[in-house]
Design a protein around this ligand. Structure first.
Ligand SMILES: *[C@@H]1O[C@H](CO)[C@@H](O)[C@H](O)[C@H]1NC(C)=O
Ligand SMILES: *[C@@H]1O[C@H](CO)[C@@H](O)[C@H](O)[C@H]1NC(C)=O
Ligand SMILES: *[C@@H]1O[C@H](CO)[C@@H](O)[C@H](O)[C@H]1NC(C)=O
Ligand SMILES: *[C@@H]1O[C@H](CO)[C@@H](O)[C@H](O)[C@H]1NC(C)=O
Ligand SMILES: *[C@@H]1O[C@H](CO)[C@@H](O)[C@H](O)[C@H]1NC(C)=O
Ligand SMILES: *[C@@H]1O[C@H](CO)[C@@H](O)[C@H](O)[C@H]1NC(C)=O
Length: 417
């Protein structure tokens, strides 16, 4: 995992290098959403670099598909300030805090083709969500969507009245842990609860007993996370996602051992990780669909995969996403073809679960990732003056700057609730 440090430390004295390395380790290496943890074995989706071919202009199709449409410039963007929404936004995702110099990526909204999507208004949204609980369950990209929604719902303003109700869902930081498994907040004026639970694989994780090596975790591919089974009856809206943890590096790094039918998977069938991913996504969708009739008020969404934009390999092979010009990959998605994420699309096909199809529209936004934002020292006065020029550049071409693309995912999601 540390093999890449020589690539990211450039120049500077040995002590400076140490300070930077420690800072990095503390703030990034231990965090699961860290791109540094991505392995060379990451399964990369095979996206075509160019948008799908345009069909002849369709005769005013009346059916609205939110995944089709175009990015348009909008002076009213962003919906909140990336430097002010400190209460909810992780600083590593707040590109204005991280010292990114260009912000043109903040000034766009998605205009779905043939859909009347009302302008997002936080008061209207909260009123609509009166007495309701919105739950995000998924990986760090799900956490980005959660943080985005918190910033959207508060307008990014300090909101001391919003209550931390994590304890109601067992979301408290265990002793010695870096952070809790999730967060839950309630807006008292409308009694609206928004929560996030970290489940990178959407499978049930159960520590195994007396294993060699120790601390292995059974990953039950055919069983949804215990949290989801336990609290489903309290949710009114649920948004699931998974995808980027389905690679050998992450699975081995987390000491996950795949299980199906309660026993360790032996056969070759699930040894292929992309196969295991498809199997799990189908399992969780099937389970959730069977639950929906028992929970008539629950609306369930499965969000499609968020695209990565590493060029020339991964971060540790020098890959980056250094384009800063918006929409250089085109601005429109049209045509009658389905989602780029065929796995999620087919898993929810024929179920009551709705697809939240954000893949193709996000694919056009390679300039809106964290990219090579320079890490700003936390306490600039205590650090030598040249640190900014020698600060390591982390090329995160997976996560998005906030405000940014995940705000659009939320707008599409809110329009479809
Ligand atoms: C808040 O909403 C929950 C769930 O709908 C409901 O059970 C509870 O009574 C509400 N509380 C208040 C104070 O309105
Ligand atoms: C919210 O819940 C409270 C308490 O249960 C109830 O009095 C109120 O009518 C509910 N409001 C809506 C819009 O459901
Ligand atoms: C799990 O059990 C089901 C039903 O008995 C069976 O069809 C399936 O092949 C089993 N899967 C694995 C991977 O053992
Ligand atoms: C962007 O990255 C590519 C590939 O690593 C590199 O050749 C190019 O010079 C970079 N451009 C800028 C503006 O940094
Ligand atoms: C959805 O299911 C129907 C019926 O089984 C099938 O005809 C259709 O091709 C499926 N669509 C997708 C996108 O998988
Ligand atoms: C800072 O950088 C400048 C220009 O590269 C150099 O002349 C100076 O010695 C550096 N200062 C320190 C403290 O490293």
């Amino acid at each position: 995992m540390f093999g890449g440090k020589s690539c990211i430390l450039r120049g500077g004295s040995v002590s400076l290098a140490l300070v930077i390395l420690i800072f990095l380790m503390l703030t990034l290496l231990v965090s699961e959403e860290n791109p540094l943890r991505s392995s060379l074995f990451d399964v990369q989706l095979q996206f075509s670099a160019s948008p799908p071919p345009s069909p002849p202009p369709s005769s005013s199709s009346s059916v609205c598909n939110y995944a089709k449409g175009k990015w348009v410039k909008d002076k009213k963007r962003p919906l909140y300030s990336g430097s002010e929404c400190k209460q909810w936004l992780s600083s590593m995702w707040a590109c204005r805090v991280m010292g990114r110099p260009d912000f043109s990526f903040e000034g766009y909204r998605w205009q779905p083709q043939g859909c009347n999507m009302p302008q997002f208004d936080r008061f209207t949204f909260l009123t609509r969500m009166q007495n309701k609980t919105i739950a995000f369950i998924g990986d760090s990209l799900g956490r980005q969507q959660f943080q985005s929604l918190m910033c959207m719902a508060t307008g990014g303003e300090d909101s001391p009245e919003v209550q931390n109700v994590g304890w109601e869902y067992g979301l408290v930081k265990p002793k010695g842990a870096l952070r809790p498994d999730g967060w839950a907040y309630r807006f008292p004026t409308t009694n609206t609860t928004i929560l996030y639970y970290w489940s990178a694989s959407l499978s049930d994780l159960v520590p195994m007993k007396n294993t060699d090596p120790p601390r292995l975790t059974a990953m039950h591919l055919d069983r949804p996370p215990a949290f989801m089974r336990k609290y489903l009856h309290r949710f009114d809206v649920l948004v699931l996602n998974t995808g980027h943890h389905w690679n050998r590096g992450k699975i081995e790094g987390n000491h996950w051992v795949m299980h199906v039918n309660g026993t360790q998977v032996q056969g070759e069938f699930l040894k292929d990780i992309s196969h295991a991913k498809v199997f799990t996504i189908r399992s969780v969708a099937k389970w959730l669909d069977a639950q929906l009739p028992l929970h008539p008020r629950l609306r369930a969404f499965f969000r499609t995969i968020s695209p990565r934009h590493f060029r020339n390999g991964d971060w540790n092979t020098g890959g980056n996403c250094n384009n800063t010009v918006p929409l250089s990959r085109g601005s429109e998605i049209n045509g009658d073809d389905g989602s780029v994420d065929a796995t999620v699309e087919s898993a929810v096909n024929g179920t009551r679960i709705k697809i939240l199809d954000i893949t193709a529209l996000s694919e056009l936004r390679d300039e809106a990732h964290i990219s090579g934002s320079k890490l700003k020292p936390r306490k600039p006065k205590k650090v030598k003056s040249n640190v900014t020029s020698t600060a390591p550049v982390i090329n995160d071409c997976l996560h998005w700057c906030l405000p940014g693309v995940p705000d659009t995912w939320n707008e599409l999601f809110i329009a479809q609730i």
